[in-house]
Design a protein around this ligand. Sequence first.
Ligand code: F6P
Length: 354
Amino acid sequence: MAKFRRIGVLTSGGDAPGMNPAVRAVTRAAIAAGTEVIAINRGYSGLIQDDLKLFRSTDVSNIISLGGTKLYSDRCLEFKTEEGMAKAIATCKENHIDGIVAIGGDGTFRGARDLTERGVPCIGITGTIDNDISSSDYTIGFDTALNTCVQMIDRLRDTCESHARCDVVEIMGNGCGDLAIYSGIAVGATQIITKEIPFDEDKMIAKMLKARAEGKRNFIVCASENMTGEFNEALAKRIQEKTGIETKFARLAHVQRGGSPTYRDRAMGTLMGYKAVELLLEGKSNLVVVLRNGKIDSMDISFALDLDKYYKGKMSAEEIAAIAPDDKKRMDEIVKEKRATIERAYMINDTVSI
Ligand code: F6P
């Protein structure tokens, strides 16, 4: 077992409900193993600016039910520079931080990989409401955000029903359609719109007109953010023009990111936090803790980042050609499985909703 004097823990990128339970688990697991814990505030910015605090067990008391992140968060541009990285490494050396658990999304993992490469072993934990980390079937915060979306949309539906209206609801996701798809399923959305699946506007209009003719009063359209510019707002106007159904536009925005974590996010935060410390103390690094097929596991961060880039279609032909054949085979399997999962969920909603 590797000797660790101190483990650092940080949260970075968009905050997510469940980060606090993860921070609590990391802190208590490390202390139980005889290691000190340094809380790094404001993500990688805190590492650069030496914004640290020695955590005792009681510092994480009662945070299991809190939304947001007790460690605060940041999207740190300076960390992407060699100068910023050098300051971060100096902070680790001066404060005897022998390893770091970094909780966040892909930007956080790129930082963790770069730190590991420069001699500070890191383990990542998937924490973002978007569920957009291809290496994991689940990211901490997704369930709470989904439940918030469902509650908000249920409220919109009440008023749509009273006034025989339609609501186009814009849902976060940073390019990933999971929040829109699964909240759409849970509210019985007439239409789900995401980047991953082609959208047929004429088909949607025909579906709405048919349902209205049959007596349906309310319509909900769950649309992912950033389709193209103001696409969703313009869509609401077009629906009204083409169907004659009064249509409102609602952007749920950051309300989706707040709130007390659900059972699932408390449990996942706790289990993943513990696993991250276990891996670090086993002397492992450059891994991200993931959920795959119902099991908490880990994956090489560099592979996870490449997989993400590949899945999101952001890799050049040259980069794809450079992937080792075994890795490429594994990536293709995961991509196929993920696409099939969302396409089926989308198809089911399309069939059972009117
Ligand atoms: O990654 C979480 C997320 O909420 C995305 O869904 C969204 O695109 C983005 O962060 C918003 O970022 P910010 O909080 O910086 O406005």
